[in-house]
Design a protein around this ligand. Structure first.
Ligand code: GCB
Length: 593
């Protein structure tokens, strides 16, 4: 699936703005065919945004079930004879969509795009009604998982990930038009041969059997550097300008379907020429050892929740630059594609993660404590879950495969990984990822409950990604004991001979809380002491090639006695003010200061 774009032959129209919106508490909308007419008792809702925080009402914030969205749109008169497509960049966690009275698409998974060819159901120059029922419930068969429990006070949605279950239409909805003959996908794989860049491309198209496929590669100044015909081929760029960390140089590949002199379809794909390889304990980008400095993050903003906002995107990347970070992980789900596009342009390196978070009944919301379920069993996470998970991996890779910024796939965060059931569940999922993308390393993020010697899944990964909280969840306030225990465990992992990225280490810190005495958790000083201790350990172990602090900014979670207005492990507050630790990290990460 290609991301909708305006090109010389394609036209897109955003459906963002105010939609009609109704919560379907009684679950009456599907059988009552709400898509046939204006939604009953509707209010207005902003798209894109999470609906949860908009109403200032706990019943709305905590609602789970069917959520109805409706809008109407004019099909441009000029689109007569064109193929017309309705595209959702995401709907969390699943949706079914109707155009007028006709169901056109259903999609499972809250963070990847889906679309429907609606040509047959619309008429150029006329208005159509678009209705989407989004559903945000989590079950053992969804990614991420959850369960609905009956309690004396009614049904409650339970889940095991430590961020609020924001839902709705978080990203842009597009209507776009192409020629009936159109390109459906392109895969670009790059390589380096000395100073020559190598760009392998494969194009898929529909209705194009009698057409010629033409590609043209241009540099950042718009100068043509190579051209070719055919649906698959290799282009060479002498004296290539590589894409590298901190230097997001992009070429543009124009793809065309041509009949005689007429270009029927044209699409542009940006291309960063770089290589990624794991070699022993080294993580190589363009053959050079790369060391990850940065954060685990969240899509989490005041009012709009997981809704995308360009201004925050720019500001967050400014803060990454200010602090000297070169990378981050899209914890714990695929991010808005605008984020990936911008990372490509900025030369920011990404670890790209699926939404498989919370597959661990030994943990709850990042807090230790059993959940009363078995993680993997026929009644809980089972074969169906595994298939849904496999699809989530495929959809992530299909969407993000052409982003040079993405250098590593993370197929899950902190799942149970110490049991034979976990091993059986994950083994085939690594194959799924490698089949979908043979060019990038694959890993998963290991949790403290499955330390070295116990984890049965790490052996499948190309790199080791570890989340550890020595000095926070264990050895709280005792950094001396934490340092010894952490170094001992990390030294054992280093014996595996793989690169190690510390994908999480962090301490909750209440901004403004200070302490002159060391070892005082929640204070700004303790966050600095905690990070310093971790860095001493990392610097003594050669296999550690990355440090991603948890978290870039404070974020919203469910309520609980371990969370004070959300998770406070941010180095920045939720409104992006630096805590003392931000300055300390800046001194460590910026080598130009
Ligand atoms: C973790 C999780 C992350 C939590 C974090 C915490 O290990 O991966 O989602 O937010 O711990 O702060 O407890």
């Amino acid at each position: 699936m290609l991301r909708p774009k305006d090109t010389s032959t394609r036209e897109r129209k955003s459906l963002n703005g105010m939609w009609q919106f109704a919560l379907d508490q009684a679950g009456a909308g599907r059988s009552g065919q709400w898509f046939m007419r204006p939604l009953p008792d509707a209010r207005e809702m902003a798209v894109p945004a999470s609906f949860n925080d908009i109403a200032a009402d706990a019943a709305v914030r905590d609602y789970f079930g069917d959520i109805w969205y409706q809008t109407s749109v004019w099909i441009p008169r000029g689109w007569q004879g064109r193929r017309i497509v309705l595209h959702f960049e995401s709907a969390t966690h699943r949706a079914t969509v109707w155009v007028n009275d006709v169901e056109v698409v259903s999609h499972e998974g809250g963070y990847t795009p889906f679309e429907a060819d609606i040509t047959e159901h619309v008429t150029a120059g006329e208005q159509v009604r678009i209705t989407a029922v989004v559903n945000n419930t989590l079950s053992f068969q969804s990614i991420p998982p959850g369960v609905i429990e009956d309690t004396p006070a009614g049904k409650r949605q339970i889940y095991w990930h430590d961020f609020f279950n924001y839902a709705g239409i978080h990203r842009t909805v597009w209507l776009y038009a192409t020629d009936p003959a159109h390109i459906t996908d392109v895969t670009v794989v790059t390589d380096l041969d000395g100073a020559t860049g190598v760009v392998n491309y494969t194009i898929e198209a529909e209705g194009a059997d009698d057409l010629q496929t033409r590609v043209t590669l241009r540099d950042a100044d718009g100068q043509e550097v190579a051209t070719k015909t055919g649906t698959t081929g290799t282009l060479h760029i002498p004296n290539v300008n590589k894409w590298a960390p901190g230097d997001g140089y992009l070429y543009e590949l124009e793809l065309q379907l041509v009949q005689g002199d007429t270009v029927l379809d044209s699409y542009t794909q940006s291309v960063g020429v770089r290589t990624v390889k794991v070699d022993g304990i080294k993580f190589l980008i363009n053959g050079e050892p790369f060391s990850f400095k940065g954060f685990g993050r969240h899509e989490d903003l005041p009012v709009i929740g997981k809704g995308h906002n360009d201004a925050y995107l720019l500001h967050d990347f400014e803060l990454l630059r200010w602090i000297g970070a070169n990378s981050f992980r899209t914890s714990h789900y695929p991010y808005c594609e605008d984020v990936l596009d911008y990372a490509d342009r900025q030369g920011v390196v990404l670890i790209d993660e699926t939404a498989a978070v919370g597959l661990n009944m030994g943990l709850g919301g990042g807090i230790f404590g059993g959940q009363g379920y078995k993680t993997f069993s026929p009644e809980t996470a089972n074969d169906v879950t595994q298939q849904v998970h496999a699809k989530a991996i495929r959809e992530l890779i299909t969407r993000d495969k052409n982003h040079p910024s993405v250098v590593l796939w993370s197929i899950a965060n902190e799942p149970e990984s110490e049991t034979p059931e976990a091993e059986d569940y994950f083994r085939p999922l690594f194959d799924v990822a490698r089949e979908a993308d043979p060019t990038r390393p694959v890993g998963f993020v290991n949790v403290m409950l499955a330390p070295h010697g116990k984890c049965r899944v790490s052996k499948f990964g190309d790199v080791l990604m570890l989340n550890r909280y020595y000095g926070w969840y264990v050895n709280t306030g005792d950094l001396e004991a934490a340092e010894l225990a952490w170094e001992e465990e990390l030294t054992a992992w280093a014996g595996e001979g793989k690169p190690i990225i510390i994908t999480e280490y962090g301490a909750d810190t209440y901004p403004g809380l200070h302490s002159v005495v060391a070892g005082n958790p929640w204070s700004e000083e303790y966050q600095v002491e905690y990070l310093d201790m971790n860095h001493r350990v990392f610097d003594r172990i050669e296999a550690v090639v990355g440090e991603h602090v948890w978290n870039f900014a404070d974020f919203t979670t469910t309520s609980g006695i371990m969370r004070v207005g959300g998770n406070k492990k941010g180095v920045f507050t939720r409104d992006r003010q630096p805590k003392t630790a931000a300055h300390a990290l800046r001194r460590r990460w910026r080598d130009d200061l």
